[in-house]
Design a protein around this ligand. Sequence first.
Ligand code: FES
Ligand SMILES: [Fe+2]
Length: 405
Amino acid sequence: MSDMNERRGVPEGWDRSGLAPWTYLNDELAEIEKDKLFRRHWQLACHVSNLPERGSYITFDMAGERAIVMRGEDGQVRAFHNLCRHRGSRVLDKKRGVCKKVMICPFHGWGYNLDGTLRSPSAPESLPKLDSVEHGLKPIELDIWMGFVFLRFLPGDQPRISELLARHEEEVTPYNAEEMVPVYGGFWRQEMAVNWKAVRDVDNEGYHVPMAHPGLQDLYGKNYYDEPIVNGTNRSFAELTESPSHLWSVRHYKKILPDFPNLPASSKRAWLYIGIFPNTVISFYPESAAFYQEFPLASGRTVQRGATYRYAEESRAMRLSRYLSERIDKLTTEEDTQLIKWTCEAMESSAFDGIILSDREYGVRAYHDKLRELLPVMAMPEAPAPGTVATVNARLSEERADAAE
Ligand code: FES
Ligand SMILES: [Fe+2]
């Protein structure tokens, strides 16, 4: 094992193949993924600074679920299903806003307090007496880490998000992310005609950086490394190189990036990425923090969403650095989007007979292993017969549980 492999935790003689193509093309599997992965794992909805005042809210749709994240009159952040208890309408339909005192459903006008309890139905004399808690908006489990607000729509095996991310706390604390503020009011969002796993596959390795991302290559080049997923989180890190860059934005970023007294020497000129299974990455740059994530709409339709946060007080050099790093990232995203499309198209080609992963792509394999562990049907080389994917997956899960006993 080379030193490099040791650092990346790559075992000897590992299986270099990928998931079977059908897993990227099957709508039945996409529904199982929504249920078992997306609804049962923590999802990053926003940052506390997206909810600056009492009554500030954002709405967040994900894998068939609809949430409201609201700062109550007591200042506490809570999350509810955006689902009126009368007939299921959305209660709040804007992406974000401020709600004074009461949320009014746009269908028949039922009113909810900012803590989610039912205030009053309209024409209450036409209804039986309704309990304000029992008929309030259904709460969603919520946890906050470094100012980032996470939701979990259904119970799952992950510990609290603060416990899950505890191993990154020492490294991340100096960034002071709780105190950061949004760069733009809301969130960027793009819909892509690809399977969500293809987005992860490109994101889970740095092998493509020298070829596909000339900007990043100039920025940190061979200093970049990925650590494979451990207990549902992974870390990638890159110190900036001091070599000159061909790219205007990278050249100026390296020159302008000021000293950050809050950061230890190892983080002052480095980019850090924390991945959270199954679909979220939070990045910490000296001058900003950001997140991005993706959700399936169907097997071939994916939403990518994210936001950037900055220090509340910024010098001109900090602001300029942030502008430049955003430019670098925008270019990277465009480059990745093209690669994601091509790898997805390949799955439908008659000539496609799988992939061969390099040691530098071990993160892709480690991630697939985690998927196969949770959804054993994904280990099958061919798709089960139509209409049976969920039952086959349930049977394989049971068999495995029995074998483990
Ligand atoms: S659905 Fe909300 S008031 Fe009727
Ligand atoms: Fe990339």
